[in-house]
Structures are given as structure tokens and as C-alpha cells.
Design a protein around this ligand. Structure first.
Ligand code: VAH
Length: 313
């Protein structure tokens, strides 16, 4: 059975639904939540949910034992911009929480997926074709917790044999559940302005390039990495995966191909601009391609078309 910690977040809501679909009768997917009211209707209707405090290891152990969990998707995180406002809390959720998950996984032989991020790279990492293995000195607490999480997860694999796997997600774009407090959130918010016929006020500079991925691809990556043949994995925590790399100017132009009078103006948010500039422009994902056959399906125009069709303001 599968436990999803953070099942009500931007990734969690869609991953829970997709995994329930994917597993069918072969397993139960427990939607872990911190606040009951935040569990979406369709998740409550399609399977069980369970209250989780990732900082309470005993309670987590009880859940894993009671529901015979063999795979834990640990999506609990405080995203980059929000984390800068309370770094100690971001550390507790990101690392103390992860340590609890890894200790319980070691005891009950669970596989663990914990997403990393382009945020794990820093200003001294190569910006273009950012390698799988390179200098990683992130300048945000989010990045520090992500690099630490990667190292801790690799340690638990090498030292205790815990089956830990992970991908470094780029900015994720979706219309089901909005992201909360990320630096890449602009690429989601822009669609809400576009469909409302409103000018979009962009907090990131027009020529700031970052990696992005459409949520359907991200969900598929999270499932495929966990089902990959472990004998073929040279890396584990954590694989570069991406789909597209664009600037605010480029995504605005792509939207204008559907909504010709769409307007964008720039009011740079120094915090998020500083974070965005410390991240790669475009990652090299050849290790994910060769070690577990990763391949994105949605590129910029396909993503824009699908978002404009589905975004409900
Ligand atoms: C953020 N969306 O902006 C998240 C993610 C790659 C970015 O980590 O913080």
C-alpha cells in the first residue's frame, strides 16, 4: 500500500488521484493530510485519508504498520519563497520530517520518494545544461534542505539499504491545485490572468530563464522512477528531469498565440527574482533518460494549449 504525505498540495492532489488510478485493486493509496478540511472532495470519494504530522515519528510508524505501507511518497515541503520567511520551520518540515520518514522506512522496509528541485542548485552551479553531478551550493533554505534531503536519502540507501529515489523537479505547472509560495508560481498565475482577460503583473524579470514541467509529466516521472529497475539505477537522489525552459516573455508570447491581446507587465519581486537567478536555466537530464527511460511529453505549446483549455478562474 502507498502513503502520500502532503496529498493536498500542488503535486500531492494529482499524484494521489493518478496513483489510485494506476494501482487499481493492486494496492490502497492513503491520502495523508494535516488539515482534514483541505482534503479535496474527489480524494475523499476515491479512497481513504489519514491525518499525519510528519514531525510525529511514533504516529507515522503506527500508520505505516497499521495500513501495511510499502511505499511512502514524502511531498511535505515549504516552497522556496515562503521558506525564506521562516527558515527554521522549513528545515523542520524538510529535514526533521524526512529523517522520520527514513527511520520508519528503514524499520518497515518501505521505498521512499522525496522530490528534490532545481532549487537544490545554486549560483555556482553551471547554468546551462546543468549536469546531474556538479557543485551544489544553494543560497535559499529551501535549496539547502533539498540538497541535504538528497544526501540523507542517498545515505539511507547506502548505509541501510532503504530504497530511496528522487527527481529534481523544475517549476511545475498545473490547473487543479495552485502551488503555494514558490518562485515559479508566476507560470501558473499567468494563466488565471489570461483567461480572465486581465493584464498579468509578473514578479519575475522578462528574460529570466527557468526549467518547467507540466503536471501530467511530473506525476508520470514520480511513478516511473519508483517502478524503474533498481539494477539499472546509477543515481538515486536525485535525477534531473525537465521538459521545457522559458522566460516570462516567452510564455507570454505562447499565450498570445491563443489570446492575441494578452498583456503582461513586470513588477520585479526582489526576493523571488534573486532566487530565480540563482537557479539553472536548463538542466541536463541524460542520466534520467539512460537509467530509467525518462521522456517528457508536454512541451511549451502543448502545455499552454491544455492550460488555457482547463484553467477555471
Ligand atoms: C518553488 N515550485 O518555486 C517550487 C519549486 C522548482 C521550484 O521548488 O519553490
Amino acid at each position: 500500500n502507498v502513503l502520500i504525505i502532503g496529498s493536498t498540495g500542488q503535486i500531492g492532489t494529482e499524484l494521489t488521484a493518478a496513483l489510485r488510478e494506476h494501482l487499481g485493486k493492486s494496492g490502497t493509496v492513503y491520502a495523508g493530510y494535516t488539515k482534514r478540511r483541505s482534503v479535496p472532495e474527489y480524494l475523499q470519494k476515491t479512497g481513504p485519508s489519514v491525518e499525519i504530522d510528519i514531525l510525529d515519528r511514533d504516529a507515522l510508524e503506527k500508520i505505516v504498520e497499521t495500513y501495511q505501507i510499502d511505499t511512502i511518497y514524502n511531498l511535505a515541503a515549504v516552497l522556496s519563497a515562503t521558506a525564506e520567511k521562516d527558515p527554521v520551520n522549513a528545515w523542520h518540515v524538510g529535514i526533521d520530517g524526512l529523517l522520520n520518514v527514513l527511520e520508519v522506512a528503514r524499520k518497515y522496509n518501505c521505498a521512499v520518494f522525496t522530490p528534490s528541485s532545481i532549487g537544490a542548485f545554486g549560483p555556482s552551479s553551471p547554468k546551462v545544461n546543468t549536469p546531474q553531478d556538479c557543485v551544489m551550493r544553494p543560497t535559499t533554505i529551501y535549496g539547502v534542505s533539498k540538497v541535504t534531503g538528497e544526501l540523507l536519502s542517498d545515505y539511507y540507501f547506502k548505509r541501510f539499504g532503504v530504497d530511496t529515489r528522487s527527481v529534481r523537479f523544475p517549476g511545475l505547472i498545473s490547473y487543479t491545485t495552485p502551488p503555494g509560495g514558490g518562485t515559479t508560481d508566476y507560470a501558473v498565475d499567468i494563466f488565471y490572468s489570461a483567461v480572465e482577460g486581465e493584464k498579468f503583473v509578473c514578479p519575475i524579470g522578462p528574460d529570466t530563464k527557468m526549467d518547467f514541467m507540466y503536471m501530467p509529466d511530473a506525476i508520470r516521472a514520480a511513478i516511473e522512477i519508483m517502478e524503474a529497475d533498481s539494477a539499472k539505477l546509477v543515481h538515486r537522489n536525485s535525477f534531473n528531469v525537465t521538459a521545457m525552459s522559458f522566460t516570462p516573455k516567452e510564455i507570454a508570447e505562447a499565450i498570445r498565440r491563443h489570446i492575441p491581446d494578452f498583456q503582461i507587465e513586470y513588477q520585479i519581486d526582489p526576493l523571488r527574482q534573486g532566487i530565480a537567478e540563482s537557479w539553472p536555466d536548463f538542466m541536463d537530464q541524460s542520466c534520467a533518460e539512460t537509467e530509467w527511460g525518462w521522456e517528457p511529453r508536454y512541451l511549451l505549446d502543448a502545455m499552454v494549449e491544455d492550460m488555457l483549455k482547463n484553467v477555471v478562474p
